[in-house]
Design a protein around this ligand. Sequence first.
Ligand SMILES: [Zn+2]
Length: 334
Amino acid sequence: MNFVAGVDLGGTAVNYTIINQQGEFLIEGLCEHPALSVQGPGVCLKQIEDGLHIAVEKAGVKMDQIAAVGLDTPGPASATGVLSARGSTNFVHEHWAGYDIRANLEERLKRPVTYLNDGNAGALWGHVSLFGPENKATSVSAIIGTGLGGGIILEGEMVVKGRSGFGGELGHVLIPYQSIKGIEGLHPVCNCGRTGDLEALCSLTAIARDFLPYFLPRYPGHSLAAMDIKQAAKHVRGMAEKGDPMCREIFRVQAHALGLFFDEMINTFDPDALIVGGGAIETSPDFQRWFIDEIHAGMPAQRVEQASIPIHIMPNGDTAGARGAALEALKLLR
Ligand SMILES: [Zn+2]
């Protein structure tokens, strides 16, 4: 019996999962090991290997039964897993620049290693969780975290990676945000330099950079005004869930931005499903339903055939990367 491991490498932790050939997951929740990425690739790859042994044991299988390993990391990186020469904000050590993490891990683990960026890995998991491992469906996933990641799965399991690995970089797609009511005069600028792309409106960074400075003066005496703005931004989701009017308004604007974006994707791909994931919607089912209703409310009028395209919440959000990475490696066994 062959098994496949999924390895989700973040800046501080590595998360693992193990699946069998039928695509069943042998580890339910998080299985984490410290990444030590600030100590450079040499130390970090040893950490990945050490943690993998622990995960394999936890799953009740043997290391020599692991036929392949799927790796995902934050971008920017090439489609084959060479990290950007400009380095990465998540991996703070000079030796990471231009580092071929996939090939080096493959050499270390002595078995095939596949690579996806973390957004694409999450999107693959979201897709397979809806449609199963064998399918011909198309989906678009938006994952709202510190930034906005995501991915596009075309007619089955094909992950759109693109020429340079930037396929599915949905956060930097421009949207006609000027049509959203209630943010007149707002100029949402993204880290990438664009004004009005999806990440500039729909991310934790957008809340700290754009929305709190815009909305706090409109809600005098709001409790978040006294806080450091980056800390305050982290409270917005919880307060929105509890019904705070300003925080609800911020999430309404984010949902409408996502509605505009999904409308673009509907007209580009005519997908079977749209999927939302990430920390922003790790909330109660009630809030998730409200958020999805607001996404629909933010969309322009659509053809009858398009209006029925469902919007789903991605399950198992904190393990999505590892699960998607494993599913990519599973393709090697088929
Ligand atoms: Zn951008």
